[in-house]
Design a protein around this ligand. Structure first.
Ligand code: WQD
Length: 336
């Protein structure tokens, strides 16, 4: 059995679908603080097999211990559960440190009691800050985090690395670039809380008329069209990377106890290019205006995918157009 924490979230739910479709038995744990139970119906509609579900706050150490005694067959964890809004973490640092670190420690205590176990950790390219060289490799230096959110990802990686040295747990750290899009069925997708912080949900909500216009945060960067460049990866490709990473550990193919992979497409796309591609793909004209830069944004970030290709046997396959179109189909399904 594979425990998926935060399994009703955006990336978690898409990963549960791919796990089930590869024959894995899944237990989802979610505290429903940033997800709804309806996502479980969406997953079931896709895979025709309802995953086991437990509502639990992973900060509750006893609750976590009880879960592991109830499900001794848990052999691996994919740990998504965390707060993830960069801006919000600046205003609520203590909540971010508590919610993103305490659950990880509670989970590691339980994994440490097992003969053998594996952990896939949801990390982020945020740990690189503004990397000096593009594409960004896993050897790029981790820079001082610009936000408590980014710091919790760096701390999480360090805690896992230190614990793996003294336990029978092996781990893989996946550093995501920018996950976008939705499942082709439009049964699951991104459900931002309130005003979307991220570019793609803001675009689709503007396109559907929920937002008046998109603000483009700065057009004076040293990039070809002046707007920031990111590596936008289809969430289904990202989900498949988790299954590959998990199976690498289950089959004991890992070379080191803790391995780290950048998960992106290897291609950089600017904000204005995203807007143009969205308009071309969907036929919708987007209302937008250029405004001031957003504090904390890096100018450019896109992944070197060589290590993930070679060692995970994984490569992003879905196009940017497919990702943007699926995000649009999902947005329309929410506003039916
Ligand atoms: C992308 C680009 C913005 C919104 C963050 C986190 C990262 C991960 C993904 C959790 C930037 C521009 C955005 C808008 C805009 N989160 N933008 N108008 O900041 O690259 O990454 O989300 O794991 O850790 O750092 O993603 O989608 O917020 O921004 O112009 O309304 O779009 O300036 O250049 P980001 P994003």
């Amino acid at each position: 059995m594979i425990l998926v924490t935060g399994g009703l979230g955006f990336i978690g739910s898409h990963t549960v679908v791919e796990l089930q479709q590869q024959g894995h038995e899944v237990l989802i744990v979610d505290d429903l603080s940033n997800a709804s139970l309806s996502v479980l119906d969406g997953i079931t509609a896709i895979t025709k097999s309802r995953p086991k579900f437990l509502q639990l706050d992973l900060k509750d150490k006893c609750g976590v211990a009880q879960m592991f005694s109830k499900y001794p067959e848990i052999k691996g964890i994919i740990h998504f559960a965390a707060s993830k809004a960069v801006g919000e973490s600046m205003e609520k640092p203590l909540q971010y440190y508590e919610n993103n670190i305490v659950p990880l420690i509670n989970l590691l205590y339980e994994l440490g009691k097992k003969e053998k176990s594996c952990l896939i950790f949801s990390s982020s390219c945020t740990v690189y800050g503004q990397a000096m060289e593009m594409p960004i490799t896993e050897e790029a230096p981790v820079q001082k985090a610009l936000s408590p959110y980014g710091n919790t990802k760096q701390m999480g990686e360090d805690i896992i690395t230190d614990f793996a040295k003294v336990s029978t747990m092996d781990a893989i750290l996946l550093r995501y670039f920018n996950p976008i899009g939705a499942h082709e069925t439009a049964y699951i997708g991104e459900l931002p809380n309130g005003v979307p912080q991220n570019l793609i949900p803001y675009i689709t909500q503007t396109a559907v008329g929920k937002r008046k216009e998109l603000s483009v945060f700065g057009q004076d960067y040293q990039t070809p069209d002046g707007t920031c460049i990111r590596d936008y990866i289809h969430v289904v490709d990202l989900a498949k990377a988790h299954v590959k990473a998990l199976e690498r550990l289950l089959l004991k193919k890992n070379i080191e106890k803790v391995e780290c992979f950048n998960i992106g497409t290897g291609k950089g796309t600017s904000v204005l290019e995203i807007i143009k591609t969205f308009e071309k793909t969907t036929g919708v004209v987007l209302n937008y205006k250029i405004v001031e830069r957003r504090e904390g944004d890096v100018m450019e970030a896109y992944a070197s995918t060589t290590k993930a290709n070679k060692m995970l046997g994984w490569k992003a396959e879905l196009s940017l157009e497919e990702a943007l179109n699926s995000a649009w189909m999902w947005e329309k399904s929410l506003n039916k």
